[in-house]
Design a protein around this ligand. Structure first.
Ligand SMILES: Cc1cc2nc3c(=O)[nH]c(=O)nc-3n(C[C@H](O)[C@H](O)[C@H](O)COP(=O)(O)OP(=O)(O)OC[C@H]3O[C@@H](n4cnc5c(N)ncnc54)[C@H](O)[C@@H]3O)c2cc1C
Length: 397
């Protein structure tokens, strides 16, 4: 005889940011809530986020900070549970935090403070969290409940919430589970790709930049669709740093990116002004005042770099400015899900309620967090999406 299923009002798959927030809100409404996760610990990504300090939200949040095939979908949830609502929770728990690079809020000491807060709230409302749990099958019963067969045994629930995240960092227990369940119930999935991810270089660029790992410069990185001003970092594998991670979410294979290494200067003007006072100064000496010295031979041919300013023609000066302020690089690819912070694409939002996150195809089935086709920029936007979407589902499950 098969064992009797454990009954719960709400079954949430995924004990990450979105799943825990949803569990807290459903628990506050008196629902019995069980969260299942195949990992051995809850909230693993919260712990590694923001370099261990969790950039948990941003003071400036709008739909324009998110990428989705339906750019309006995120608006309702973000306005119903805002960054200020999450910050109020953080303040209630007296978690020390600070703002960096206007808007980004980080814990002062550790991301664990955020996870501990979520787990304490779960405990208050008696949420059951079952870890090391392998989900074998998910089905909808004729009586409209959901039947879940899992390694610790069968469960039956009136609401099923999929909060299993995206594909980034398989080592952190990421899996395609949510997409498979969505497909099983007839949902469309937008193709997924790695976002907020370092870019790799073509062999000739990798060779040129081989001597530079560790160099960081503030620049504007752009393509035809978007531009970001932030730091670029050269690594052993290619290009990284916040400016590159941001543009990676808008990058398409085969496309070039443009890097303005001197975003605050009119280089032609600077060279001409200096020409008047120091005509014999070499171009590379002048450039070393505004760029890391080691970068100069990589972005400029030696012949120009070694020339005194007075030997540079107007046309050459303009070409040099173009080279440094419109440096074009065609990346080879990205580092992929192994190091990506997020997954672009996912469950099609057009098939869900933007107010409740409930499936328009299967009553009682909900999708929240990163499994959805909603991807935020770098800067706390992805967690805010997890909190907001989890909160909305938590009001109705
Ligand atoms: C290195 C790194 C740093 C980041 N830093 C930040 C940051 O500072 N700020 C920010 O806003 N965002 C950051 N992010 C992004 C952020 O972590 C995610 O967008 C967010 O965690 C998504 O929340 P989620 O609940 O949807 O998914 P997750 O937090 O990924 O949770 C999904 C849960 O589902 C579980 N699961 C998956 N598959 C299964 C399965 N088959 N069966 C059972 N359980 C399953 C997983 O174990 C996991 O616990 C970072 C991401 C990474 C990788």
């Amino acid at each position: 005889m098969s064992p009797k299923p454990a009954n719960t009002d709400v079954l949430i798959i995924g004990a990450g940011a979105a799943g825990l927030m949803c569990a807290i809100e459903a628990g506050k409404r008196g629902r019995t809530v069980t969260v299942l996760d195949h990992a051995n610990k809850p909230g693993k990504k919260i712990l590694i986020s923001g370099g261990g300090r969790c950039n948990f939200t941003n003071t400036e949040i709008s739909a324009s900070n998110f990428i989705s095939h339906n750019p309006h979908f995120c608006k309702s949830a973000l306005s119903r549970f805002t960054q200020w609502d999450f910050m109020a929770m953080v303040n209630d728990y007296r978690i020390p935090c600070h703002e960096r690079d206007p808007g980004k809020l980080f814990c002062d000491s550790s991301a664990r403070d955020i996870l501990n807060m979520l787990l304490a709230e779960c405990k208050k409302v008696k949420v059951a969290i079952q870890l090391n749990c392998i989900i074998k099958t998910v089905e909808k019963n004729e009586n409209s409940t959901f039947a879940i067969n899992s390694s610790p045994g069968p469960f039956q629930a009136t609401s099923l919430v999929i909060a299993s995240g995206g594909l980034s960092i398989p080592k952190m227990c990421a899996s395609p589970f949510g997409y498979r369940v969505a497909e099983q119930f007839g949902h469309h999935i937008w193709p997924t790709t790695a976002g907020l991810v370092p870019l790799t270089l073509q062999p000739h660029d990798r060779e040129r930049l081989a001597e530079l790992p560790g160099i960081a410069v503030e620049c504007i990185v752009s393509n035809e669709r978007m531009q970001f001003r932030d730091n670029l970092l050269v690594t052993h594998r290619g290009l990284s740093g916040p400016a590159i991670l941001q543009i990676s979410s808008y990058w398409k294979a085969g496309e070039a990116i443009t890097i303005n290494l001197l975003p605050d200067l009119d280089l032609v003007d600077v060279i001409k002004t200096r020409l008047a006072t120091q005509p014999n100064i070499k171009l590379k000496t002048l450039l070393a005042e505004v760029l890391p010295r080691r970068l100069i031979p990589v972005v400029l041919e030696q012949e120009s770099a070694d020339k005194p300013l007075q030997e540079l023609s107007q046309a050459r000066i303009e070409a040099i400015a173009r080279q440094l302020q419109h440096w074009q690089i065609k990346p080879n690819g990205t580092e992929g899900y192994r190091t990506a912070e997020v997954t672009l694409g996912g469950v099609d939002c057009n098939e869900l309620s933007s107010k409740t996150m409930e499936s328009g195809k299967v009553a009682g089935l909900y999708f929240i967090g990163e499994v959805l086709d909603v991807t935020g920029w770098l800067g706390g936007y992805n967690f805010q999406w997890a909190w907001s979407s989890g909160w909305c589902a938590g009001q109705v499950v």
